[in-house]
Design a protein around this ligand. Sequence first.
Ligand code: SF4
Length: 499
Amino acid sequence: MCGIIGIIGPEQSEIQGMPHWAAYEVCRSLMTLQHRGQDAAGILSFDNNSSMFLQEKDLGLVSQVFDRQKIEKLTGNMAIGHTRYATAGTDDKRDVQPIVTGIPFGLGMVHNGNILNYHSLTKELKDKFQRQMLTANDLEVIINYFGYFLLENNCGIPNKDTFRFENIRKAAARLFDTIVGGYAVLGMIAGKGLIALRDPKGIRPLIIGVRETDGGGKAYCIASETIALTCLGYNYLRDVAPGEVVFIDTSGHMQSSIVRDEKEKAPCMFEWVYFSGAESSVDNQSVYTVRLKLGERLGLKTQKAIQAGEISPDVVMSVPDTSRPAGISAAAMLGLPYREGLIKNRYIARSFIMNSQEKRDAAVELKLSPILSEISGKNIFMIDDSIVRSTTSKKIVAMLKKYGAKEVVFGVTCPPIRYPCYYGIDFPDPSTLVANDKSVDDIAKWLDVKKVIYLDEEDLRLATGHSKLCMACVNNKYPTEITEGDHFSRERKKSRNCS
Ligand code: SF4
């Protein structure tokens, strides 16, 4: 999973007195998307005056990669940015986005998601088109094919007279037919404008915002989450639809087309459960509100277990920070006090998205500190958003018991994760998933808790208001074909071991 953002404004050299305004805004927004990836960050701008792409990218947090001097070099009225959580490729600097090419014309891109048929497409690019891959990043496949499809459509990219949205639309249609996966892509065509694409199932989110500029024109911002728009004063316009391509030219004219309108959409349930910021909306549903509803539904399920005499919690807690809204609403539903039992060290990265078990183990120990007075002697109902590998959950239970909890019940605001994700969340290997070979009772024993209470698929549908969601990691029903799934998992395991 990654965070992406693209900004384009009127074709004038400066807004707000800054020739680097687009890159400046992208940098600020990337900071609000930092929770989506902490491995690396990058920004690419295009300056019409010099007709050049300008780029800065490196490993590290946004605040570590960028300073004022670096941003000031990224002049131009359009820019794209990326904050990376490696779910393909390696931790190597070579795989950091954006990726840019000057041949056969200027094209730069960022993306969020995974291309499931990356390995067969890479082979085709090498065998059929004699392309030399320069990275292990699946975005390189997208940029190669999209560029090829644009030329194939006789787009005549360098020639202003033959450049039409219709060419972009046709290239997007060819791309949608070629790549399999869950992805949201932002791209810049040199001197022409900003492109946005969302996969036909809508697995990964992409949102458009707009604002008036000082000179009376319009600037657009397209990003993974609404928080990236609102922090800059852009107004939410709409979500990019599944299977849609959007193009905004350098004079601020927006054109769009839904080129693949599939009946069954499948936005990732994990965006609401865990990944997106609580202050964001995804597919027009407030993440915070959905999390409150998930907590209410968990409260209802827990009430049944209390009434059946299976458990007797006297306090509700949550694993900070994602699960806090669910903890508060579950406590209200149960008529129990809500307390903070664990305090998060905000300077430690999210452990789930770290890409090695060693890093995750070390992070959990540093990340959460207990409040002894709230834990000691209590029957605790602890709520978390998910149990994936169980690293965090097991350590939390051990910590609660060590500091005197009498009994622990674990509540989870999604169903058991049993199957791999091929669409941009880094659990491609089912053998690492605690629920893969365990029943719910076995998971309770494994965690050393009295009971584990999970939500079910219907709870997710009701809370998100979406009758169709991707829940493949829960129910093994993948929204795309997955013939290359095993190969994808094996290659990802290899690249993680190397990185
Ligand atoms: S498999 Fe799971 S994590 Fe992956 S996109 Fe689907 S719901 Fe999201």
